[in-house]
Design a protein around this ligand. Structure first.
Ligand SMILES: [Zn+2]
Length: 213
């Protein structure tokens, strides 16, 4: 699979394509025209945040963790629980939104721990987790267009990474299939089936995963 700098480049380069396309599509639709600039901007930002900070490689790449500085600890449980190079980290649509939800729950957990420790020492602190939850929920409910735009950017940012992994691991093998004759006893068709697994992109129960090259 591509290394970090290639993934970062692909994330930024694709955002420069995805965002103007989003703008053009919305601007050409009369009812959505007024939303075009803000949606395109939100998709641009969330696409890059998803690909660079919330990268699918948070499942095992400690260099991605380092981008979070001291907050890298938030991702340790994720790394321990999520299967490496699998649908739950590299699949399309659900995994990037799962990372966003996981991050939100970890923030709430941290606030709960702070409140509990403060209460233990007799220090009264306001119920921060409830305040944050209510604030986020009301923002989501009152701003559905912004919410959907951010979610869409998160999905596209991660999808570029996952598809790049799939193309490189599958593509390399595809090249091998094209240029290297199948070994004796292995039909070319069987080799093709074996070489480009993609089910892990969509299926949570798949045992397939992208290959390292
Ligand atoms: Zn990856």
């Amino acid at each position: 699979m591509p290394n970090r700098s290639v993934h970062d480049f692909l994330t930024v380069a694709s955002s420069v394509i995805v965002s103007p396309i989003t703008y053009s599509v919305l601007y050409s639709t009369q009812e959505l025209r007024e939303w075009a600039p803000v949606v395109a901007a939100l998709v641009f930002v969330s696409h890059n945040v998803s690909g660079i900070l919330f990268s699918p490689d948070l499942d095992m790449d400690t260099h991605i963790h380092k981008r979070w500085g001291m907050f890298y600890v938030l991702w340790i449980p994720y790394q321990m629980v999520i299967p490496h190079r699998h649908f739950w980290s590299h699949g399309l649509v659900i995994p990037p939104l799962l990372r966003l939800g996981y991050f939100f729950w970890m923030i709430l957990l941290c606030l709960y721990v702070i409140e509990t420790i403060a209460a233990y020492f007799g220090v009264h602190v306001p119920a921060l987790q409830q305040t944050v939850t209510q604030g986020v929920l009301s923002l989501v409910i009152q701003n559905p267009v912004h919410t959907v735009s951010i979610a869409a950017g998160f999905v596209t940012g991660a999808a570029v990474h996952s598809i790049a992994d799939w193309l490189v691991s599958g593509g390399t093998k595809l090249l091998r299939m094209l240029f290297i004759p199948p070994t004796r006893g292995m039909q070319k068709k069987a080799m093709a089936q074996q070489t480009v697994p993609s089910r892990w992109l969509f299926d949570p129960f798949s045992s397939d995963s992208p290959h390292h090259v």
